[in-house]
Ligand binder design. Structure first.
Ligand SMILES: *Cc1c(COP(=O)(O)O)cnc(C)c1O
Length: 387
């Protein structure tokens, strides 16, 4: 059997795969087993922050592998402590819980919000308000937090305690806060899976004001947008928000599974021994890679992200067949005259890897993609937009 046939026979049918088998890659170039080279504008869904086989990341990972690969959370070790310190000093947060994925980072945030609210406000204050079209993960609780009915169907009953507000609807959000005892508001500053939609400064201000007024926590899900992709270290920094909890994953590990839940001053002491845990969470190899990634997200890199972003917006806005361009930094949605999936498949046939989000193709290139490769890929994409 070919790999395609074996894959189709033995893997659960959860993913609609593109017709490409990856052989190897370097930077933002991927080679398929078909012998063709592709320019990668997907980064394995926002994961490979500095592209494939990034030398510094590889060195950090291999150096840790040469010491030990795992030691459990019963002992401390250097890369884990160092990454937590870096995350806190660069955000002003107080403590970090490490896990292995975005969903787990959000599960932890939900548990923290519930425990904080039960202790600070009373046990009925367990509701968490999320936004319609949000995406927070696939575990049952994070699925319930995800404000999209399509994902809820077939998996009832979901955990209770989640309410949904529309992006931009201040009055609706306030009504929920007034009518239900709440623990937190949880948001993505740019809704990723929901179609690459920024919530906007006005609504961000509304959320900040209402969270303050109703004394609920603000949780920012930075799983996709975080770690430099927005053009700042974390997406919420673009809106001047000060979240109590920040969750991240995807890019932070540079390609190895790593999730982090950052706890601000109000909730820093909420988790106590026995409250939460993970066998693999905070794996030393993943964290060593994370240190290498995070310590290189500096102002020159972020300036490069913004320049690349400006280039993409400039080139695609108003181009033939492009109906709209949305997003922030290097998380960009492009609505084309051609249906999104068809456009992504056409792009693949023309040597460019992109993903989709709802009715858009979604661009999530490596933060350091060489400008020449980006230009080639964007020009190729332009030829795919028209019907
Ligand atoms: C991908 C994503 C998640 C889920 O992350 P997993 O690592 O797949 O569990 C959660 N929130 C957002 C915003 C995401 O983009």
């Amino acid at each position: 059997m070919t790999t395609f046939e074996t894959d189709a026979r033995y893997l659960a049918k959860t993913y609609r795969r593109f017709p490409l088998e990856i052989a190897e890659g370097r930077g933002s170039l991927v080679t398929g087993t078909d012998g063709r080279e592709y320019i990668d504008l997907g980064s394995g869904i926002a994961v490979n922050l500095f592209g494939l086989q990034d030398e510094q990341w590889k060195r950090a990972v291999i150096a840790q592998l040469d010491r030990f690969q795992h030691c459990s959370n019963l002992y401390c070790c250097e890369p884990v402590a160092r990454l937590a310190e870096l995350l806190c000093t660069r955000t002003g947060m107080e403590r970090v819980f490490f896990s292995n994925s975005g969903a787990e980072a959000n599960e932890c945030a939900i548990k923290v919000a519930r425990k904080w609210a039960a202790e600070a406000k009373g046990k009925e204050f367990y509701n968490i308000i999320t936004l319609n079209k949000s995406f927070h993960g696939r575990t049952l609780a994070t699925l319930a937090a995800t404000g999209q009915d399509v994902f809820h169907r077939n998996f009832q009953p979901l955990p209770a305690g989640f309410l949904y507000a529309d992006v931009g609807d201040r009055a609706g959000l306030e009504r929920l806060l007034k009518e239900h005892p709440c623990a937190a508001i949880m948001i993505e500053c740019v809704q990723g899976e929901g179609g690459v939609i920024p919530i906007g400064q006005t609504f961000a201000d509304d959320i900040r004001a209402l969270a303050e007024q109703y004394q609920v926590l603000l949780i920012c899900d930075e799983v996709q947008l975080g770690n430099g992709r927005s053009g700042r270290l974390y997406g919420y920094m673009n809106y001047g928000l000060t979240p109590d909890v920040v969750t991240t994953a995807k890019g932070i590990g540079g390609g190895l599974p790593l999730g982090a839940t950052l706890l601000g001053a109000r909730v820093a002491e909420v988790l106590q021994p026995g409250d939460h845990g993970s066998t693999f969470g905070g794996n030393p190899v993943a964290c060593a890679g994370g240190v290498s990634i995070l310590s290189r997200i500096d102002e020159p890199l972020l300036r490069g992200v913004r320049e690349r972003s400006d280039y993409i917006f400039r080139e695609l806005t108003g181009a033939p067949g492009v109906e709209c361009v949305s997003g922030m930094g290097l998380m960009i949605g492009v609505k084309t005259a051609r249906p999104a999936r068809e456009c992504a498949e056409l792009a693949l046939s023309r040597g460019v890897l992109v993903t989709t989000a709802k009715d858009r193709i979604r661009l999530l290139p490596a933060l350091n993609i060489p400008m020449e490769q980006l230009k080639t890929a964007i020009q190729a994409l332009k030829t795919c937009a028209e019907k």
